[in-house]
Write a protein that binds this ligand. Structure first.
Ligand code: DGY
Length: 322
């Protein structure tokens, strides 16, 4: 019998990551990438010492309470950890880690894709070509809005927000941001800091949401705050759906208060997203693929494994969040 720790791995991971798992641990892999039910997870956890889950597996307080005592750690394959009740995990003595840094470039790329797709009506145009509905060209055909030289506002100027701002600078955009703490000048790179979200919003031709979903940020982008944005502005969300009040965003997209939105994350994703989004021409929708690049998936897996390695070596993991 091997004395390597048993790790419950909830989803199919890149080959290189699974190879490292097989070398260093006894992983319970999921080759079919089936989404486990909570009951299945709890049952399988009886044989493991740690769980390596994604944000698709939820660990609210009642699930944490049901985890067997042999589970020492939840080493997430994600930077976001809103799917884990951190207070409940701490109370149970569980170590929880995440995977920051490695997905900043990939997620910032998607934020820029969403910005451009929303501004230039990419979704509408693409559908038109596919459906053989493109019949003409004229100066008034499919006119969008240009982002070059406009203002790019960031909520949550962490690692992803900073890279997105850097990319937006490539379009000559002026960067404005709100963050709980003002950045040092070398990280700010000339970005204009606003001490509150309400102060930031009037300066956003494009608002890019990069904050995590927390008690404080849930429902942050609501009717009152959207009203503070310039008419004809754009909302981009690669953070978490919960930061936005869907009904208020949809109503602003319908009224023309907002020109468009680009969304990669949603309340109730995937099945329970507000169906009105599917009907609107002025939204550019993606299925939570911010970090979905080959490079980043391997980076996330290795980062989760670095954290597990530290935990089983009795050292503090670099990315401990509980
Ligand atoms: C993350 O890492 O938080 C991404 O949203 C994928 O889970």
């Amino acid at each position: 019998m091997s004395d390597k720790p048993v790790i419950l791995v909830t989803r199919k991971l890149p080959d290189a990551v699974e190879a490292r798992l097989l070398r260093d641990y006894q992983p319970m892999l999921n080759p079919d990438d089936r989404l486990y039910s909570t009951d299945e997870l709890i049952e399988m956890a009886a044989k493991a010492e740690a769980i390596l889950p994604c944000h698709t597996e939820k660990f609210p307080a009642d699930v944490i309470a049901r985890l067997p005592d042999n589970i020492r750690a939840i080493a997430n394959f994600s930077v976001g950890y809103d799917h884990v009740d951190i207070e409940a995990a701490k109370a149970k003595g569980l170590i929880v880690t995440n995977t920051p840094d490695v997905l900043s470039d990939a997620t910032a790329e998607i934020a820029i894709l969403l910005m451009l797709g929303a501004a230039r009506r990419a979704s509408e145009g693409e559908r038109m070509v596919r459906a053989c509905e493109w019949k003409d060209w004229s100066p008034s055909f499919m006119v969008g809005t240009q982002v070059t030289g406009k203002r790019f506002g960031v909520i949550g100027m962490g690692r992803v927000g900073q890279v997105a701002a850097e990319r937006a600078r490539g379009f000559g955009m002026e960067i404005h941001y709100y963050n709980r703490k003002r950045l040092a000048p070398d990280l700010e790179c000339g970005a204009i800091y606003h001490a509150t979200v309400d102060d930031l919003l009037p300066h956003c031709d494009v608002l890019s949401i990069h904050c995590p979903a927390t008690k404080e940020t849930t429902g942050l982008i609501n009717r009152e705050r959207i009203a503070l944005m310039p008419d004809g502005s754009i909302v981009v969300n690669t953070g978490r759906g919960g930061v936005v009040v869907d009904a208020d965003l949809i109503s602003a997209l319908k009224s023309g208060k907002l020109f468009a939105a680009g969304l990669d994350v949603f309340n109730g994703e995937p099945d329970g997203i507000d169906p009105q989004y599917r009907e609107l021409d002025n939204v550019f929708l993606l299925p939570h693929i911010g970090s979905a690049t080959f490079e980043t998936r391997v980076g996330m897996g290795f980062r989760a494994l670095d954290n597990l390695d530290a935990i089983f070596a009795g050292k503090p993991p670099a990315d401990r969040v509980a």
